[in-house]
Design a protein around this ligand. Structure first.
Ligand SMILES: Nc1ncnc2c1ncn2[C@@H]1O[C@H](COP(=O)(O)OP(=O)(O)OP(=O)(O)O)[C@@H](O)[C@H]1O
Length: 244
């Protein structure tokens, strides 16, 4: 199978400073990959390099020609004085039909809020609308940059569960940045721990116990990890592979 994109020994400089060095990474169709790493470790820069917003300073980045990418930003700052309904927002800047809008809202679990004003949505509802908007591109690769910032833990868990369901529905790969390894681990196939370079990678449980990860994040989430795994096994045992 051909990867959707492949970075080989990729380095990126911003303002003359090396932000990413020797990053080698490929994403296969349908895979869910999560990038974790401390603040300033280059996570957003890596996503921006993949979508072509920053040029490589070294190495190579090969993106499959014509790859359809959907991008979900961290946050949308909504001007509450500007009246825009969810349906209208989906038609900006390019008009979409009502049925297309209804379809992506349904995929994103937001079908009952189509006629609401953007300004009256909760944080979790707004993120679902942003996700719906990214789905309009019929993405083969969905990129999420800390898309659950500001959501509480159950809200984040529900959101990542939804992302996993969408992958199952439309078969897209997902590349996302999250600080919440304990929340995303149930829906990720692979986790990459980044700190300017790739420190460690692999199955979520492997990364959580890797010395490089523990050195960066401590082992304080151990209890939460165990608890989440436990809950997850019970709630969703019909759908996902389990972390043993
Ligand atoms: N436009 C820019 N010009 C110069 N330096 C930048 C620019 N954007 C980011 N940086 C620097 O590059 C480094 C990596 O930033 P980046 O935003 O990729 O990290 P991050 O891992 O996404 O951080 P966070 O978790 O805080 O969002 C940081 O040291 C940052 O200060």
């Amino acid at each position: 199978m051909t990867p959707l994109f492949k970075a080989e020994a990729l380095s990126v400089k911003l303002d003359g400073q090396t932000v990413l060095a020797q990053v080698t990474l490929a994403i296969m169709p349908g895979e869910i990959v999560t990038i974790v790493g401390p603040n300033g470790s280059g996570k957003s820069t890596l996503l921006r390099a993949i979508i072509g917003a920053v040029p490589p300073a070294g190495g190579t980045l090969t993106v499959r020609p014509g790859l359809r990418i959907g991008y979900v930003p961290q946050k949308l700052h909504v001007d509450s004085t500007l009246p825009v309904t969810v349906l209208r927002f989906l038609s900006l800047p390019k008009r979409v039909s009502r049925s297309e809008a209804a379809h992506v809202l349904e995929l994103a679990g937001a079908q009952n809020i189509a006629s609401k004003q953007l300004s009256e949505l909760s944080g979790g509802q707004l993120q679902r609308v942003l996700l719906a908007r990214a789905l309009l591109a019929k993405p083969e690769l969905l990129i999420l940059d800390e898309a659950t910032q500001g959501l509480d833990q159950p809200g984040s868990a529900a959101f990542y569960q939804l992302v996993g369901d969408i992958r199952d529905d439309i078969g897209c790969a997902v590349l996302m940045v999250s600080h919440e390894l304990h929340v995303v681990m149930a829906s990720s196939d692979r986790v990459i721990c980044l700190n300017g370079h790739i420190c460690c990678e692999g199955h979520p449980a492997h990364v959580a116990s890797a010395p490089e990860y523990r050195a960066l994040f401590g082992s304080g989430t151990g209890g939460a990890l165990a608890l989440y795994r436990h809950d997850h096994d019970h709630e969703h045992s019909h759908k996902h592979e389990h972390v043993e």
